[in-house]
Design a protein around this ligand. Structure first.
Ligand SMILES: CC[C@@H](CC(=O)C(=O)O)C(=O)O
Ligand SMILES: [Zn+2]
Length: 329
């Protein structure tokens, strides 16, 4: 079967240009054996014809405003186009940490008003990022119930994933960028409205992306500024190689656990996406060697956590790691 028709290439919709090489992420009907092979081997793939969020493809700001109910929702406000996630529970240990964005709790109507009044502003940007919960109105509940739950639960079973932890609703202004990071869950990233360019990097690119220390509020985020990389501090970023896709409404991108990704909303229009995050499956009873890159990343995280716990001071973790490695390994 020929590859399904894809959205315009990134050059046609003015996405940011980077100097590192990228290969296209395969775009396949979910019934294709290759799609199944990629997901079985925890490799990214854009799936078409899943109908996973078909019942949400009519969503736009006004429909959501009518149906999201009266609850408060998390909206991030940033002075730049970048929305770097940080864990507010870790901020106390880093007194000089400057929050890269501010977190607001607004009703959906307040968000829509702010969205409209921020149009055209270049000093502040908004990004709605909140879980879909049962506080929503009946219209959204109806649409949610009609997601293709049969399809997605079949995938969960087939790939032996853990439980579904959340469905995040993402409403992004044109041009917003989520900087490069990895998550510790599998993700079916569903595009509902607008276009998003996704750049993904395999877990074995860890040494080229220089994540913040695990104890840092920006744990799991790359320290490298992709727009102006500091090759003195991050020399191996020169060797980075990635994968790219442009998602249009109805597309589902499988982002495997520990795969790095940076996501850019096309400058053309607002974007609405819904994520399905699943915990990883149980540790295999029989460990096979060599270990996978994902397993090695998990080991590095456990070592950093253990040292931080033992030393009780994150400032001592680096010096001890250097003491172990420098001149010896
Ligand atoms: C969290 C925002 C991001 C998506 C993402 O990182 C994820 O779903 O894991 C994006 O779409 O800008
Ligand atoms: Zn992510």
């Amino acid at each position: 079967m020929a590859e399904p028709k894809g959205p315009p290439s990134s050059s046609k919709i003015e996405m940011k240009k980077y100097s590192f090489p990228v290969k296209p992420i395969q775009r396949l009907c979910w019934t294709e054996a290759t799609a199944d092979h990629l997901m079985t081997h925890e490799e990214p793939v854009v799936l078409t014809d899943t109908d996973l969020v078909q019942s949400a493809l009519h969503w736009d700001l006004s429909y959501l405003e009518q149906n999201m109910g009266p609850a408060k929702h998390t909206v991030y406000v940033s002075k730049s186009r970048y929305f770097m996630y940080y864990d507010e529970r870790k901020v106390n240990d880093f007194p000089s940490f400057k929050e890269p964005m501010k977190k607001r709790e607004w009703t959906f109507s307040k968000f829509v008003d702010e969205y409209k009044s921020h149009e055209g502003r270049t000093d502040e940007y908004l990004y709605y990022q909140d879980a879909l919960t049962d506080t929503v109105g009946s219209g959204i509940k109806h649409d949610f119930v009609h997601f293709n739950w049969h399809w997605v639960s079949e995938r969960k079973k087939r790939y032996n994933w853990g439980q579904l932890t959340s469905n995040l609703l993402l409403i992004s202004q044109p041009g917003n960028i989520t900087p490069c990071h990895y998550d510790e869950q599998h993700n079916f990233f569903c595009q509902v409205r607008g276009l998003k360019r996704c750049l993904l990097f395999a877990p074995d690119q860890y040494d080229k992306l220089y994540p913040y220390p695990v104890a840092h509020p920006c744990d799991r985020q790359s320290q490298v500024d992709f727009d102006s990389p500091d090759f003195e501090r991050f020399p191996k970023f020169k060797e980075i190689e990635g994968y790219e896709c442009i998602l249009s409404p109805g597309d589902v991108l499988y982002i495997p656990m520990y795969w790095w990704h940076t996501i850019e909303t096309s400058p053309g229009e607002l974007s609405i996406s819904i994520t399905f995050w699943y915990r990883g499956g149980p540790v295999p009873s029989k460990i096979t060697y060599p270990l996978s890159s994902q397993q090695k990343v998990a080991i590095t995280r456990n070592i950093e956590k253990m040292l931080h716990e033992a030393l009780q001071d994150h400032n001592e973790v680096g010096p001890l790691l250097h003491m172990i490695c420098d001149g010896r390994y």
